[in-house]
Write a protein that binds this ligand. Structure first.
Ligand SMILES: *Cc1c(COP(=O)(O)O)cnc(C)c1O
Ligand SMILES: [Zn+2]
Length: 421
């Protein structure tokens, strides 16, 4: 049970590089580098039977991970999230087989733990002594946590509008926190100009090869959870797109290892109407997405105006027969509320977008009633309590009968105290 990593390969020009040193993007063309493995060797030890005996976290897929010394990796229990049936939401939307992958259970409350845990582990293994990240929020929190666990100094740069809870998390982990008057791409510029030449290794989305490898484990995991097959569709709230890219890579590796067949899920990109560069490029038939001007949405993980991996995301969406769609902020908040009231899942606004996207795609007929549809709940709603604006009545405990009067009032309205969804 060990890594079968062999080399790095450019996704654009095909150049090959050794995997034993710190790398960022392709030195020849500046595009995204992929980690490559000895898949026949991996297939010999990463069998279904062998996996059945391994612990339920993402390190169970060691053969397909880049980290050489897993025992030395900073670990917090990442991966191994539940795949939950969502029958009540399914009934509401007209989807008989609706599933939710609850990534909010990860360390630091989002799937960013998978990618950043991997990137920090690998960066330290290859000699990095400090790590930096431009982030819309969750990636910064995840990186800060894993850096703390690994004993590395951390620098995070994020938009000054990043939710207060996420800023507080980064401070709590002891990271150096920089707020930027701009968006994630502006934060990236600040990090590149001020920190990378000063010994801080930059773990930006797809600008080093290993975050995608951590995110890839979502694809490995869901296939194993479904009994070694893929669903009909994956609905994924997309910013930088590492998750789509990583899962797409996972399916190819599993097929090469003989663990799944050629069927692929329709890969569905969900963005916010106020920042939808990939949706626009998909509709226009383009392979690269022009930067979105004046990006604005309540979902920080989707407030990403440019994605370096745009061509990889759009290729996966098209090859899979998927689609790309945008939802409004009002809709994504409705999605949060629907998931919470119908399934007991308090999800992040990005995940709320994926929930309503599933509904909208069923309504438009893109998804069929019998399709097995897997919605990614990428993060927890607990960081976004400010988006839930319901007010509770305050009762004076010295005034007997106050609660009874209130509840009787509700009963009169026939609502039993349960607010409408
Ligand atoms: C970062 C983030 C996203 C977007 O993920 P990508 O893989 O970068 O596209 C979606 N949801 C949440 C909660 C996030 O933190
Ligand atoms: Zn290249």
């Amino acid at each position: 049970m060990r890594s079968t990593l062999t080399h790095l390969e450019c996704t654009n020009c095909g150049a090959v590089y050794p995997a034993d040193r710190l790398m960022t993007t392709c030195p020849a063309c500046a595009k995204v580098l992929y980690a490559r493995y000895d898949l026949p060797a991996a297939a010999r030890t990463m069998t279904r039977e062998a996996l059945a005996a391994r612990p339920w976290d993402l390190w169970r897929y060691a053969e397909l991970l880049p980290v050489q010394d897993i025992a030395a990796a900073p670990r917090l229990g990442e991966g191994g999230t539940p795949l939950l049936p969502a029958p009540a939401l399914g009934r509401l939307f007209g989807l008989e087989n609706l599933l939710v992958k609850d990534e909010g259970r990860n360390p630091t409350g989002s799937f960013k733990a998978r990618g950043l845990g991997m990137a920090v582990a690998r960066a330290r293994e290859l000699g990095a002594t400090a790590v930096a990240i431009p982030s819309a929020g969750n990636a910064a929190a995840a990186m800060a946590a894993y850096a703390a666990r690994a004993g590395l100094p951390a620098l995070v740069a994020m938009p000054k509008e990043t939710p207060a809870t996420i800023q507080a998390e980064c401070h709590a982990y002891g990271a150096r926190v920089i707020l930027v008057d701009g968006l994630i791409n502006d934060a990236g510029k600040v990090v590149r100009e001020g920190a990378t030449g000063r010994g801080w290794f930059d773990v930006s989305t797809l600008k080093e090869p290993y975050r995608a490898e951590g995110k890839k484990t979502m694809g490995l995991e869901l296939v194993e959870q479904l009994g070694w097959r893929v669903p009909d569709a994956i609905v994924y709230p997309t910013g930088g797109g590492t998750g789509i890219v990583g899962m797409w890579k996972a399916f190819a590796e599993l097929e090469a290892m003989g663990l799944i067949g050629p069927k692929r899920p329709k890969m569905i990109v969900v963005q916010a109407e106020g920042c939808a560069p990939l949706v626009r490029a998909f509709a226009a038939g383009e392979r690269h997405a022009a930067p979105w001007i004046d990006a604005e949405t309540a979902a920080p993980g989707m407030r990403v105006p440019v994605a370096i991996g745009d061509y990889l995301i759009l290729d996966a969406v098209r090859e899979s027969g998927g689609t790309a769609l945008a939802v409004s902020d009002a809709e994504l908040m409705e999605g949060m509320r629907l998931a919470a009231t119908h399934e007991g899942l308090f999800v992040a606004p990005e995940a709320g977008a994926a929930v309503v996207a599933a509904r909208n795609l069923r309504a438009s007929g893109f998804l069929g009633a019998a399709d097995e549809v897997l919605v990614f709940a990428t993060g927890t709603g607990l960081k976004h309590a400010d988006l839930i604006r319901d007010e509770a009545p305050v009762i004076d405990p010295r005034r007997p009968g106050a609660l009874a009067a209130l509840l009787d009032g509700d009963l009169d309205g026939g609502r039993l105290g349960r607010s409408e969804a």
